[in-house]
Design a protein around this ligand. Structure first.
Ligand code: 8QM
Length: 400
């Protein structure tokens, strides 16, 4: 890139410092206020943090493509750290084929079939935690629950499931720059990656599970047998850390806003709405990149071809232009539809019915049992180049 358009704000913000990752909200406001599109000189990328422009870019996949990577790295210039995802890191027409096969595997009827076992697990765990009185919302709940029900649904072997969280941490750090967080995730990653690769094989996956169903799709010719393990890998990459952070952020936000917990207690049928609002309020996936396939015009500013564009999903979800002056407030009765926490457009989360089911059942089971969720210490943020969440949220609860 030679000369920047004169209307553009050039900022020296680094979104990937520990400080900005732990508390991104002051930075989000600076980014939104600086303009509809800004330039981050440190990484030589363009960035958008307002809802309208983030939404417009996500839904214009012809101009803002994914096949050059959904992270900082441009796959035209650097070798990807792993073979690219057939879903996240693909464009039509290839994306359409993979997405079709995955969509049929995660069908409404398949997800309906998970409900009773997922509910039993949620109720058993909620009974146990409320009886304990003191528990950690992250390690005892937000990690434990998805790590039980989701690998069971995929049909993964019991052995080695401890690799799932480290793999997720690696995959989501790898969308960012090569900083100390990615370095740390890469250290000792070889056995984790080997376990993931082995677990994508047909003979590792229980018949009837989501993983096995992807291999069946290959038998039917919907995808090739070479593609099947990569689509299983997408389940393992996108299906665990995301829900762990989504459930964890929701419980943390509700524990910090006791009036909102009380409203959910009065009407546990609000669980699904509470989850959407919590995803808006504190989005697990904070950022994604796109790459321009041609000159793009955003609010009258021209972005040249071949440029990386950083989309701040978490900032768009708190943009007062979209959500009003109380955008920074958690309100479980707000209409949170239109948030971009699951993305938007052709890449919008294909697994969201499973995520929503997990969250609904955990929140309902807990709301029926726990009169209050009292923080007993400051929550401890977890640092990741893409994910926003907590590593510890110690709570005291009282049986209803
Ligand atoms: C993020 O590997 C993949 O296909 C994949 C990895 C991460 C995600 C999505 C897909 C958005 C949750």
């Amino acid at each position: 890139m030679s000369a920047l358009p004169s209307a553009i704000e050039v900022l020296d913000i680094d979104p990937f410092t520990d400080e900005n990752l732990a508390d991104p909200y002051p930075m989000h406001e600076r980014l939104r206020e600086a303009g509809p599109v800004v330039y981050l000189e440190r990484y030589r990328v363009w960035a958008m943090a307002r809802h309208a422009e983030v939404y417009a870019s996500l839904t214009d996949h012809d101009t803002f493509c994914s096949s050059r990577g959904a992270g900082l790295s441009d796959f035209h210039k650097e070798k990807p750290w792993r073979p690219p995802s057939l879903l996240l890191e693909a464009d039509p027409p290839a994306h359409t084929v993979a997405r079709g096969a995955m969509g049929r595997v995660i069908s409404a009827s398949t997800v309906r079939g998970f409900r009773e076992t997922f509910r039993a697990e949620a109720e058993e765990l909620a009974d146990k935690l409320v009886a304990l009185r003191r528990f950690d919302a992250i390690t005892d709940l937000a990690e434990r629950y998805p790590l039980k029900v989701f690998p069971d649904a995929v049909g993964l072997p019991e052995e080695g499931r401890e690799n799932l969280l480290p793999y997720g941490a690696l995959a989501f750090n790898a969308f960012g720059p090569h900083n100390h967080l990615l370095e740390r995730a890469l250290a000792g990653a070889a056995p984790v990656q080997r376990w993931i690769q082995d677990s994508c094989r047909r003979d590792a996956l229980a018949p009837g599970g989501l993983g096995s169903k992807l291999w069946d799709a290959a038998d039917r010719g919907e995808i090739t047998h070479e593609q099947a393990p990569l689509l299983v890998r997408s389940l393992l990459s996108a299906g665990v850390d995301t829900t762990v952070h989504g459930i964890g952020n929701t419980i943390q936000a509700l524990s910090a806003n006791p009036d909102q917990w009380a409203r959910l207690r009065e009407n546990p049928a609000l669980a699904r709405f509470a989850f959407d609002e919590a995803l808006r309020y504190e989005s697990p996936v904070q950022t994604f990149f796109r790459t321009t396939t041609r000159e793009a015009e955003v609010a009258g500013i021209g972005i040249p071809e071949g440029e990386k564009v950083l989309l701040f999903l978490g900032a768009a979800n708190r943009d007062p232009r979209k959500w009003g002056p109380d955008a920074d407030r958690l309100d479980i009765t707000r209409k949170a539809t239109g948030h971009v926490a699951f993305g938007m457009g052709i890449h919008q989360c294909v697994g969201q019915p499973i995520a929503r089911l997990e969250a609904e059942l955990v929140l309902t089971a807990l709301a029926e049992r726990a009169a209050r969720l009292e923080p007993t210490a400051e929550p401890v943020p977890t640092l990741n180049n893409t994910l926003k969440g907590w590593s510890r949220v110690p709570l005291l609860t009282h049986p209803a």
